[in-house]
Design a protein around this ligand. Sequence first.
Ligand code: SF4
Length: 511
Amino acid sequence: MAKRFPTFKPYNQHQIMMLPPSLEELISKDHPVRIVNDVINSVNIEPLLSAYQSTGTSSYHPQMLLKILVYGYVTNVYSSRKLEVACKENINFMWLSAMNYPDHNTINRFRGVRLKDALRAIFEQVVKLLVQEGLISIEEIYTDGTKIEANANKYTFVWKKSIQTNKEKMKKQLAEIWEYAQTIADKEDSLPDPPDFTTIDTEKVKDTVEKLNKVLNKNKQASNKAKAKMRYISKNFVENIEKYEIQEEILGERNSYSKTDPDATFMMMKEDHMKNGQLKPGYNVQISTSNQCIVNYTIHPNPTDTRTLKSHLEQFKKSYGVNPTSITADAGYGSEENYDLLEKRKIRPFVKYNMFDKQQHQATQDKSPFSSDKLYYQQESDSYICPMGQQMHYIGSTVKRTSTGFEQNVKKYQAQNCSSCPLNGKCHKSKGNRTIEVNENLNRQRLKAFTLLNSEEGIEKRKKRCFDVEPVFGNIKNNHKFKRFMLRGRDKVEIEWGLLAIAQNIRKKAA
Ligand code: SF4
């Protein structure tokens, strides 16, 4: 019996369509590409137009290129080559570009060069649009950071420590050979004591090498070993110290950088697929969100979040002309300097500090009954009462400086007689009488944050932080597969993140 097949609709690949459907018909009314189109149409692109010279050959329209890029970042098409192909093959891109076909060089130049000074203003306009629509607020923000790998080789690194070690070796070798040269120098050439090698620079090394060569080259007593060493020093030291000076300038306050992207710093990433704790070149991206939309972003070279808040808030003020009214962030931001900063700017700090979570649990509290925060303070006598009822008197203050130069005033109090106390050993481990250090300002700031965080509003904000700012990074990294920057250099990385931020906001608007 002959096999039977179902009935298919007629299909003739070579059939010529007399009236092809328009792209307009093929794209549904509520498609996200239309939202990208509408949002970018509503944005004033004047800052972008200023990136072009008034004369010159005609270019692709910047508004069209911007739409293509933004839609690319919305749909996980980040590479300029893939965007070029999409403009020829993907009806959504073809509709957006109105059948223009920019090549990857044009797209790349537009992204890396033209958007440099204009993208921030465009991002801010998108945020303001969402505020007007009542979708987000720029008053109560949630802040967090993540590290994203740079487009840089992880094996071409420069470490501050190895420069310092190499410089130390140079100093030692110069001092040794100087000492040797002194012993063989003729009277007229006799060398004074070695130069001060506490610090060395190109000038000092050049000068030292010149003087040493003068003595060693003409002196017949100089051993072959010393002459060989001097040849090595003459050949390498000046060149090396020049190289180290350039590298130190690039490093600035950082401990490392990658030679293929000198703005990228080596840092620990959350995504450690090899599970070997290898540091990778990357950037610390800070964002503030409202209803999972990004309202502010900044890029930082330092891996810790604590030191990023000041410039992040400065950018916020620059963007919107005001400070937010409140900020919610995790313990990574809870430093005295940050609390002072927020107080000065009248921003309510729903910001945890190191011990906050532990303080919430009675069991943890009971584990350290002698800790200094449990001692009673007597204001009249400016003293603390120790667990055995002894008065701990004020014995002086010190000023400590943090790595950012912030000054912390610390008061010291000491017990009178611990040696005969039955609690000695349990209460503290030091040999003499127990001394405690108290930072009154930090304690006051922490108490303020503790009260705020445990208020009804604070509990709500702590819960919301976990599903406001945190999922944004998860969404961009995991759902939209953006785990590594495509471009190199801080300026270009900032452009890329700006595009991602606009894309994230448009996706939320479309949702
Ligand atoms: S060890 Fe010293 S500080 Fe601690 S309870 Fe005894 S007297 Fe007080």
